[in-house]
Design a protein around this ligand. Sequence first.
Ligand SMILES: *Cc1c(COP(=O)(O)O)cnc(C)c1O
Length: 393
Amino acid sequence: MSSEIPFNIPSFVGKELYYIAQAVDGGQLSGDGAFSRRCEKWMESAFGSSRALLTHSCTAALEMSALMSDVGPGDEVIVPSWTFVTSASAYALRGAKLVFVDVRDDTLNIDEKMVERAVTSRTKAIVCVHYAGVPCEMDALKTIAGNAGALLVEDAAQAFHSQWQGQPAGAIADLGCFSFHETKNISCGEGGALLVNRPDLVERAEIIREKGTNRSRFFRGQVDKYTWVDLGSSFLPNDLSAAFLYAQLEHGDEITRRRRELVGRYTSHLRPLAETGAFKLPAVDLATVANGHMMYIMLPDLAARTQLLQAMRQEQIGTVFHYVPLHSSPAGEQYGRAASDMAVTNSVAERLVRLPLFSSMSNEQQDRVITALYRHFGHDAAAYLGDDRAYAA
Ligand SMILES: *Cc1c(COP(=O)(O)O)cnc(C)c1O
């Protein structure tokens, strides 16, 4: 019996403990230490943002974006229903009404045409999510947000290293939010960052992250005492997390390269099986359009998906579905409304399956997943793929 293939294993690049030891020797473990600054500088130069601010999660970065949007009761925020809870809850916490918009059936990203129809005079912010690391239609969204006078925020939690027309995801809209949770490409267990892409928003972002104080200006010598000047909270990670993260930032392109390679292998090796009608591959080529964050397939219906997940569990292969649509969740119904019938979101939520993917995954492990999928649908992988060594059960 072969061993378990989990859905995710966090990446290690080798220098994490070395940098953590340096951070300990350096003696400052609180936020904004030497490694936090190194991570921020690294992101500012890689992404060309006015300012990168390390946070303890993407959720924290999203909550900062909500504070910066100045939303309150009576205001509306447009978000996709097909996303993680905190893309939306960050704004509900400020008292805003959420307006859930459906996704496109090709990219599973927020449908820009429906965003345009959902805008009202009360729209204060638009959150777009680069699902599976596939960039949203940023030109259209920027135009819509500009016309509405709304803040445009990228939830780029899954999109580190993704590019949209040569621009890095996260650095295209007013604000971008990254996650370094251990399930993401680049990680430090729990962590995140806010990219501030407009110079005029930098000072406010620094104040909000420093509990609403002007501490950053004080340390730069721009004011002679520091005090409470705005709403804010503690969004800083400790410097040990930043030390771990710095190693991952330095070697992140190797992680992304391997993940994209694995996504490409899944795509080409599963194509013959998809052509039998067993499931659909993503409508966009995730290996080239995205950053290797995710590989998913689309089953014909809920019953077929339930059977597949059960079969994979028996094979000890970690396959999982994804979101429960926010518009039909208990809190989503309380704090928001659906802008349309949500046909795509509802359908995708019942049919999508994510396959195991981690940078340390070997080709042999991946072949076991592929073989198990062929077997589940009554086919012999070797017969399709023509290599009976790699595809021996
Ligand atoms: C992972 C994720 C988040 C939350 O990230 P944390 O760092 O765990 O707070 C938010 N949005 C999306 C789209 C995500 O995938």
